[in-house]
Write a protein that binds this ligand. Structure first.
Ligand code: E4P
Length: 226
C-alpha cells in the first residue's frame, strides 16, 4: 500500500520525502487555503518535490468547466492528477478526461455504488472518505472493505485510495483490506513510526553503548562517532 500525505504544506511534504516512504500527495481546497500562498506556484512546487502522484482538486460542478480545469491541471506537471467530486457531472467529466488519457481521482466517495460508478467512468483513483463516514456514525472501514472486495471481484483497475484517515488503525485496516493507497495528515503519518518501547529501548541501547565503548577495543570508524 502506497503512503500519501494529505496536505499542501511543503515542509511536511519535504519531511515525508526525506523519510524515503512518501509515494504521493493529495490536496483539497481546504488544505490549499490553509497555506495562504499563490495557488499555481504552490502546486507546481509540490509536484516537483514529490516523486509520485499529486492530486489537485477541481472547483465547481459543471461538466464543461471540470473538463477545462482537468486539461489545465494535467498541464501543471506529469505527476498531476485531476481530483473531481463523485457527482453526476463529475462522472461525465471523468469519462471524457479518462478517454483522453488524463488521470482522474474521484473524491468525496462515501458508498460502494459511487465507487462502482467511478471505476466505470474510467477513474485512475477512487477516494473513499473513512473518517467522515465515522463522523456520522457509519463505519468507514465497512465501506472500504466493500469497495476493495467489489474491485477485486470485478477486476477494476482503478486504484482505491483510503482517505480521510484519522488514526493509525485506519491505516493498518486499509492495508489489510487491500487498499492501493492510504492518504493521511502529517500528524497521522508521524504516529505510524512512534512507539514508546522503541524510544525507551533506543535510549537503553544508547546508554549501554556509551558505557561499554571504552572497553570494546577496535571499533568501526563510523561507530567511533556514535
Ligand atoms: C483526500 O483526498 C481528502 O483530501 C482528505 O483525505 C479529506 O480528509 P478529512 O476528512 O480529514 O478532511
Amino acid at each position: 500500500m502506497k503512503l500519501f500525505l494529505d496536505t499542501a504544506n511543503l515542509e511536511e511534504i519535504r519531511e515525508g520525502v526525506r523519510w524515503g516512504v512518501l509515494r504521493g500527495v493529495t490536496t483539497n481546497p481546504t488544505l490549499i487555503g490553509k497555506e495562504q500562498q499563490d495557488f499555481l506556484p504552490l502546486v507546481k512546487e509540490i509536484c516537483s518535490v514529490v516523486d509520485g502522484d499529486v492530486s489537485i482538486e477541481t472547483a465547481g460542478d459543471d461538466t464543461e468547466l471540470l473538463v477545462r480545469q482537468g486539461h489545465e491541471i494535467a498541464q501543471i506537471a506529469d505527476n498531476a492528477v485531476v481530483k473531481i467530486a463523485t457527482t453526476a457531472n463529475g462522472l461525465a467529466a471523468t469519462r471524457r478526461l479518462s478517454d483522453e488519457g488524463i488521470k482522474v481521482n474521484m473524491t468525496l466517495c462515501f458508498t460502494a455504488t459511487q465507487a462502482i460508478l467511478a471505476a466505470e467512468a474510467g477513474a485512475y483513483i477512487v477516494s473513499p472518505f473513512l473518517g467522515r463516514l465515522d463522523d456520522v456514525a457509519t463505519d468507514g472501514l465497512v465501506a472500504l472493505s466493500d469497495i476493495c472486495e467489489i474491485y477485486a471481484v470485478q477486476g477494476y483497475e482503478t486504484q482505491v485510495l483510503a482517505a480521510s484517515l484519522r488514526h493509525p488503525i485506519h491505516v493498518v485496516e486499509s492495508a489489510k483490506m487491500g487498499a492501493d493507497i492510504a492518504t493521511m495528515p502529517f500528524k497521522v503519518f508521524e504516529m505510524l513510526v512512534k512507539h514508546p518501547l522503541t524510544d525507551s529501548g533506543f535510549k537503553r541501547f544508547t546508554d549501554d553503548w556509551e558505557e561499554a565503548k571504552p572497553h570494546l577495543g577496535e571499533l568501526l570508524p563510523s561507530m567511533q562517532e556514535a
